[in-house]
Design a protein around this ligand. Structure first.
Ligand SMILES: N[C@@H](CCC(=O)N[C@@H](CS)C(=O)NCC(=O)O)C(=O)O
Length: 216
């Protein structure tokens, strides 16, 4: 099999890539990386020096593709089943990329910062930074909510924007509850019911005990 995905089942950015792979029914070899294991980390670093996942390796093409959004772009360019993840119409493709960028920048990354804060030792905490990131996520919800056309981000077609939205909304909900955003909450529920997403969530379930915000 030509494609290998380096990932971890609990990793939110890996969910974005996995949803794309499952949506398109692309065959790949899953390679779970335990970054806590020095040998595994070193081996992964040889594939991608930043040692951040997901990373897709296309052995036949001799290419290493990092970055969750770029992996979806690459799949759309190289796998017939994945083509629709990026709309053919250039304006709609821009919109898919815009939503992906906004979600990553103003929901997903601030959430990641909040989780990082939880893992810091006493004395290294940054309550001001956490408040800033919570405010950013709330702004992100206000921004993204009206952009969701329904049922999916760009209407009837499931795209990169939806692959990005699920992990960001699913996890950020723990830090900044979506309760005051009924349209986004309903969108998240539709996403969770999607078979590709349900598969990703089921695979993450055994690892969820390690999610630092699981108890609020
Ligand atoms: N911009 C990257 C972000 C990737 C990222 O931050 N991945 C996290 C997991 S969700 C990671 O590898 N963390 C491990 C670390 O930072 O040591 C993407 O979209 O793929």
């Amino acid at each position: 099999m030509s494609l290998t995905l380096y990932y971890h089942p609990l990793s939110s950015f890996c969910w974005k890539a996995l949803i794309g792979l499952y949506e398109a029914d692309v065959a790949f070899t899953p390679r779970v990386v335990n970054l806590g294991d020095p040998a595994e980390r070193a081996a992964f670093q040889a594939v991608w020096p930043l040692a951040k996942f997901p990373v897709l390796r296309d052995e036949a093409a001799g290419r290493t593709i990092p970055e969750s959004s770029i992996i979806i772009d690459y799949l759309a360019q190289t796998q017939a089943g994945a083509a629709s993840l990026i709309p053919a119409d250039p304006d709609r493709a821009l919109q898919a990329h815009l939503i992906d960028r906004l979600i990553d920048s103003y929901i997903h990354l601030p959430f990641q910062q909040i989780v990082g804060e939880r893992l810091r030792p006493e004395g290294g905490k940054d309550a001001f930074g956490v408040a800033q990131n919570r405010a950013l996520i709330a702004q992100g919800y206000d921004l993204i909510g009206p952009m969701i056309e329904g049922p999916w981000a760009l209407g009837e077609g499931f795209t990169l924007a939806d692959c990005a939205a699920l992990p960001a909304l699913y996890y950020a909900d723990y830090a900044v509850p979506l309760a005051g955003h009924p349209a986004l909450s309903a969108y998240l529920e539709r996403l969770k019911a999607r078979p590709s997403v349900a598969r990703v969530l089921a695979q993450a379930e055994p690892f969820f005990q390690y999610f630092p915000l699981k108890d609020g």
